[in-house]
Design a protein around this ligand. Sequence first.
Ligand code: TIU
Length: 219
Amino acid sequence: MGVIRAEPFDFSFDPATLGLVVIDMQRDFVEPGGFGASLGNDVALLQAIIPTVQALIGGFRAAGLPVIHTRECHRPDLSDLPPAKRDRGAPALRIGDEGPMGRILIAGEPGADIVPELAPAPGEPVIDKPGKGAFYGTEFAQVLADRNLRQLVFAGVTTEVCVQTTMREANDRGFDGLLATDATESYFPEFKQAAIRMIIAQGGIVGWAAPTAHVLEAL
Ligand code: TIU
């Protein structure tokens, strides 16, 4: 058994059931001209966590523990894109529109790729998801079950949208989840802090939180 120094209390884990889930570290969210920028966001904040996420991934790989990646993206024919998602708000570019990194948030386009620094290694699953949570409309639950994973460390973007949604979905399915607080980011710093507080409040109502250094020292 291992122990990660965490809030609201230590996170005990069995290395045989522990995995890392890296959420949506795609060019569409962290580079100018993509989906995140089309919504009016400054992407520089998100770019800054790439080295920390890289270190976290490296630690899991070195320990021989599974790393699973997700990407938020849609089929080229938009058949998995609810009109409510496409039509909401007044973005500069809508999902499926042509942008500087190809069609916004569409599988196979350059913008939907994971940033090169965090490229999945051969054999690491990549879950393409049409929603904010990684379970909806995907094989994620099966991928976790196939690897006998019960305890998940989460990283990626954005903290209060896809990361928090996936942590909550995992929590309801009986997983223990720990958020690596410096390997996740939001376009809104105050939302990131609030999401972390929501997750660990009430005795860890959704899960745990710890900095990457605490995770790495426990692997
Ligand atoms: N807009 C925003 O903050 N996030 C998303 O749309 N998707 C993810 O969080 N990946």
